[in-house]
Design a protein around this ligand. Structure first.
Ligand SMILES: [Zn+2]
Length: 512
């Protein structure tokens, strides 16, 4: 009898379920992503959409209710620079847990010129395998160049350029966010500005963005200011919005130059060129021994040729000389932490590893290059520059997440804890805006990055007392804490602080 009654109650409640929202979030401080101050509002969700944002009322009901008392409720963060595409693994679903646990519901990938050459095929693969968070992709200039010219350090012929353009057109049609470039890296470094302009023009034709890891963030080649100028020039000639990846002043020689860079970008913006940037909130950048120290001419043709040049008596001395200079720029061997590659050196500074081997820092670096190269954290930024860039209204939050650096697990929480909470450099609303709607608008994501009726239900609820990083340079792969709930397209990716394992993300094709 009792069982029968319970069954009746169950049936009647599920019959009424259609009159209710799927999910109701109440009692939280809602910061909507526009930059407006937080308010205590209710959010109603049905399917993958937000259907109500407003004051609480008697009679509101839902199948599932989250009491957000004490929590901050924001749009899910959008991370415009990750290496998730390269780290997706060979098969199976891609959970993206290092991003979810930071409160991120959408990641971009294919940055630094390394995006897939066929974005349509890539988006198809992501959709088929399943994603924990939404992902959108750039088509990579470096990838496209490599496909057509290999690692050759030369200009493309007109036919080769046409072939490169064709690849970009196909990807833009399929929904790429734009073209990314990594002009600091080989083979992107072999391209002249005109080549980049030609491909950026294609992206512009589809309403896309030109995203760039600029040619020089330091004084390696043309210098920081000229590299910023080159990016602006691409925007001016190609008529394309320019986005500067992980803006920084890298190395002791350019510390303090943030003010000049900011003034230059403000002037370009005043001229009508759309220039934006993103930034990860850390003093160390992450790269490899080869990219950090070896001159680009020595890398032409690829790794085998580089190693041959490092051995050959006629070139070895010259390469080592330039490696010493690059090491000085980056603050010396003490400022290089070896985070990847063989266990033999992992976790040590280059200075320490060289001492253990009883040789010079560059001899040790040469050894590492022959043993397969190493990921590094390179402590080369000044706190004043970091803060000057962060305060600009056109600078958004990013992780540049990749293995061997805490930024993959802790960029957004670290920025909140250090620059919002401890230093009060950014108001909370501003931090949220720069981590959500500013990014969505810059890259043309529709109905994301904002808490409003009709928007996709990508929603983050975090505890401001707890939200923060756990990862460190020594232990970079530690998930952040403080995200209590996270919704991706209306589904709970994190519930009561625990990952649910749902693959609710979509592969996002840019609308045009
Ligand atoms: Zn980069």
């Amino acid at each position: 009898m009792r069982c029968f009654l319970l069954l009746l109650i169950f049936i009647s409640s599920s019959l009424h379920a259609n009159d209710k929202w799927d999910l109701l979030i109440r009692n939280g401080l809602v910061i909507d992503g526009t930059g407006a101050a937080g308010q205590r509002l209710v959010i109603g969700i049905e399917g993958d959409r937000i259907v109500y944002v407003g004051p609480d009322r008697e009679g509101f009901d839902a199948k599932d209710v989250i009491d957000a008392e004490g929590l901050v409720v924001t749009p899910g963060f959008i991370d415009p620079h990750t290496h998730a595409w390269d780290e997706r693994g060979a098969q199976g679903g891609i959970l993206l847990e290092s991003y979810l646990t930071q409160g991120i519901t959408t990641v971009f990938s294919g940055n630094d010129g390394k995006g897939p050459s066929d974005v349509g095929a890539a988006l198809g693969e992501l959709a088929q395998r399943g994603l924990g968070a939404n992902m959108a992709l750039f088509v990579g200039h470096g990838t496209v160049r490599r496909q057509v010219l290999g690692m050759d350090a030369r200009e493309p012929t007109p036919q080769e350029l046409a072939e490169m353009k064709k690849l970009v057109i196909t990807s833009m049609k399929a929904g790429a966010l734009g073209v990314s470039s990594g002009l600091f890296y080989a083979p992107g470094s072999f391209a002249k500005t005109e080549e980049v302009v030609e491909l950026a023009r294609v992206a512009a034709g589809f309403g896309g963005v030109y995203e760039t890891h600029i040619r020089d963030e330091s004084n390696y080649s043309i210098g920081l200011q000229a590299a910023i100028e080159e990016a602006i020039e691409v925007g001016r000639i190609a008529g394309v919005p320019v986005h500067i990846a992980h803006i920084k002043a890298l190395g002791v020689d350019v510390w303090g130059q943030s003010n000049e860079v900011i003034a230059r970008i403000d002037a370009a913006r005043a001229e009508g060129i759309r220039v934006t940037a993103d930034q990860y909130p850390w003093r160390a950048s992450g790269t490899r021994i080869s990219n950090a120290l070896v001159p680009r001419w020595a890398m032409a043709g690829g790794r085998i040729q580089m190693l041959a040049r490092l051995k050959a008596p006629e070139s070895k001395g010259r390469i080592h000389e330039q490696m010493w200079e690059n090491l000085r720029r980056r603050g010396g061997a003490e400022a290089i932490l070896l985070t990847g590659g063989k266990f033999e050196w992992r976790g040590q500074t280059l200075a320490h590893f060289a001492e253990v081997r009883g040789e010079s820092a560059i001899a040790a670096a040469d050894y590492i290059l022959h043993e397969g190269d190493a990921g590094i954290a390179s402590f080369n930024m000044h706190e004043d520059d970091i803060q000057a860039f962060m305060a600009q209204p056109w600078v958004m939050t990013s992780s540049d997440g990749g293995a061997g650096h805490p930024r993959k697990y802790a960029s957004f929480p670290n920025k909140f804890r250090r620059y919002v909470d401890e230093l009060s450099l950014l108001p909370l609303e501003d931090f949220v805006h720069k981590s959500t709607l500013l990014t969505a608008r810059t890259f043309g994501l529709v109905n994301r990055g904002v808490i409003s009726e009709g928007a996709f239900a990508d929603v983050l609820l975090f505890d401001p007392q707890v939200f923060g990083p756990i990862a460190t340079y020594a232990q970079p792969a530690k998930p952040s804490v403080g995200v209590q709930y996270l919704l991706v397209n209306g589904k709970l990716a994190i519930r009561q602080g625990q990952l649910t394992g749902h693959l609710a993300g979509n592969s996002l094709a840019r609308q045009h």
